[in-house]
Design a protein around this ligand. Structure first.
Ligand code: ZN
Length: 435
C-alpha cells in the first residue's frame, strides 16, 4: 500500500456493459431515497446499535451536527459507532478516509500499511506530518486519528496484506475500503471481500483523474473483476510515483469513499453499488457509468471458478526477483557502473537519460543528455546503433522499456541503469534531488 494511490484501467467493454450519463450537474432531487439494494446491517449489529450502544454527553456534543440530521439522528450515529472499517493503505486515499471516518465517529478503524513516511508522501498524505518522515505510516495514522477522536478504536496492522493473511485481516470488520496503489493488492482485496461477503469501497487515482464505486456482489452489485477481468500488462500503466498525481485528488476521491461508508453504516441514500463515479479534476467534471454484475465473472458470476485466494503477483504478471537478478540482471548495470562510464570517457560508453523534460529540469546528472522515452520512436536515429549506451530513468523501469525498443531497432550494446537517478542520488551524489 505504498503511497496509497493507484492507477486507472479502462473498464471492460464499456459499449455493451455500461452507459455513460453526464451527472456533472446533479439535481438534489436525484439523490436522497432509500438505498437500493439496501445495505442491511447484520441483525446483531442492529440490535447492538439500537439497544446497547450508547453515546455519552461528550459524544452527543461532538456529533451534534449529525444528530440533528433526520437521516442520521441518534439511531444513525449509534450505527456509525457500531461499525468497523478496515482501511487498506494509509496513504493518499487512506488519509482523508481514516481522518473523516474518525471524525464521524466510526467505532473501530483498522489500518493496514507496512510502509514508512517519505517526504514525497507529504504533498497529499495528510495523515502524516513533516515530523513523521521515516516513521511507520500505521503508527503515524493511529496517532493522528487519536488526536481527532479518542473515542475511536484504532487497530494497526503494520504488515503487507497478502493471500495468507487477507481473510484474517478482513474478517473482523464490517466494511473494507480500498486505498491501495497497485494491482495485485487491488485484486486480492476484491477477491477476499467477495469471498467473505464484505462491501469493498473502491477508489483509485492517477494524475488528475479518479474513480470510485462500491463492490458488493452479495448486495446485488458487481465486483472489481466484473469491470476489469484482467490486470493490465505489467509496466503498461504507470504508477503515481512514475506518472504523478495532483495532491488534492486523493482528498476528493477518498471523501467520496468515506461518504459511501457512512451511508452504508446508516443504511441511507443511494449507494455507488452498480455505479462507477469518474472524476476529472482538470475539467472539474464528474461522470457516472452504470455497472452490472457479469454473469461470467470468475469470482462473483453464476459459475465461479475462483473459490480461494490466488497468487496475485503472478496473476498480475509480476515476476519475483530471481537469484540471477539479485546478482545482476543481464540487461542492467549499477549506478557505480554508470559513474565509471562517466568518469572514464576512454571506456567509450555513453549515458542517456530517457526521462521526460520536466523531470530533467528537476534533477539531472551532469554530462548526461536527455532523450525522452516519449520521443524515442521518432528520435532514435540520432543514436548510433554500434555505440555502447547506458540508459537511465527515474527508477529503472522506463530505461528497460527504452532498451527493449532500441534493441528491436538493431542496437547491440545497451544496458539499463538499475534504480535510475533515484539510486544515483542515494548512492553516488546526494546533491541530486530525489523526487
Ligand atoms: Zn465479479
Amino acid at each position: 500500500m505504498r503511497r496509497g494511490i493507484l492507477i486507472l484501467q479502462k473498464p471492460k467493454q464499456p459499449s455493451r456493459k455500461v452507459t455513460v450519463r453526464d451527472r456533472s450537474v446533479q439535481s438534489p432531487r436525484e439523490l436522497p431515497g432509500l438505498i437500493s439494494p439496501a445495505f442491511v446491517l447484520p441483525c446483531k449489529l442492529e440490535l447492538v446499535s439500537i439497544f446497547i450502544m450508547q453515546l455519552n454527553n461528550e459524544e452527543i456534543r461532538r456529533y451534534s451536527r449529525h444528530l440533528i440530521l433526520p437521516e442520521v439522528g441518534l439511531a444513525g450515529q449509534k450505527k456509525i459507532k457500531a461499525t468497523s472499517v478496515l482501511c487498506i493503505g494509509a496513504g493518499g486515499l487512506g488519509s482523508p478516509i481514516a481522518m473523516y471516518l474518525a471524525a464521524a465517529g466510526i467505532g473501530k478503524i483498522g489500518i493496514v500499511d507496512f510502509d514508512t513516511v517519505d517526504y514525497s508522501n507529504l504533498q497529499r498524505q495528510i495523515l502524516h506530518t513533516d515530523a513523521d518522515v521515516g516513521r511507520s505510516k500505521a503508527e503515524s495514522a493511529k496517532e493522528t486519528i487519536a488526536g481527532i477522536n479518542p473515542n475511536v478504536e484504532v487497530v494497526i496492522h503494520n504488515t503487507a496484506i497478502n493471500s495468507g493473511n487477507a481473510f484474517d485481516l478482513i474478517r473482523p470488520y464490517d466494511i473494507v475500503v480500498d486505498g491501495t496503489d497497485n494491482f495485485p493488492t487491488r485484486y486480492l482485496t476484491n477477491d477476499a471481500c467477495v469471498l467473505l461477503k464484505k462491501p469493498n469501497v473502491y477508489g483509485s487515482i492517477f494524475r488528475f483523474e479518479g474513480q470510485a464505486s462500491v463492490f458488493a456482489p452479495h448486495l446485488g452489485g458487481p465486483c472489481y473483476r466484473c469491470l476489469y477481468p484482467e490486470p493490465p500488462p505489467p509496466g503498461m500503466v504507470p504508477s503515481c510515483a512514475e506518472g504523478g498525481v495532483l495532491g488534492v485528488l486523493p482528498g476528493i476521491i477518498g471523501c467520496i469513499q468515506t461518504t459511501e461508508i457512512l451511508k452504508l453504516a446508516i443504511g441511507k441514500g443511494t449507494s455507488l453499488i452498480n455505479r462507477l463515479m469518474l472524476f476529472n479534476a482538470l475539467d472539474m467534471k464528474f461522470r457516472e457509468l452504470k455497472l452490472r454484475r457479469d454473469p461470467k465473472c470468475p469470482l462473483c458470476g453464476d459459475n465461479p471458478t475462483i473459490k480461494e485466494l490466488i497468487d496475485y503477483d503472478q496473476f498480475c504478471g509480476i515476476v519475483p526477483p530471481s537469484p540471477e537478478e539479485n546478482t545482476g540482471h543481464p540487461d542492467e548495470v549499477t549506478v557505480q557502473d554508470m559513474k565509471k562510464a562517466l568518469d572514464n570517457p576512454s571506456l567509450g560508453i555513453k549515458v542517456i537519460d530517457v526521462r521526460e523534460a520536466d523531470e530533467y529540469e528537476i534533477a539531472k546528472v551532469d554530462g548526461v543528455p536527455l532523450l525522452p522515452l516519449s520521443q524515442i520512436t521518432e528520435r532514435f536515429t540520432e543514436l548510433d546503433p554500434n555505440q555502447q549506451y547506458y540508459l537511465h530513468c527515474k527508477a529503472g523501469v522506463r530505461s528497460l522499456k527504452a532498451l527493449n525498443f532500441l534493441r528491436q531497432q538493431g542496437f547491440k550494446y545497451l544496458k539499463s541503469v538499475k534504480g535510475g537517478i533515484t539510486a544515483w542520488s542515494e548512492e553516488i551524489d546526494s546533491k541530486v534531488p530525489r523526487y
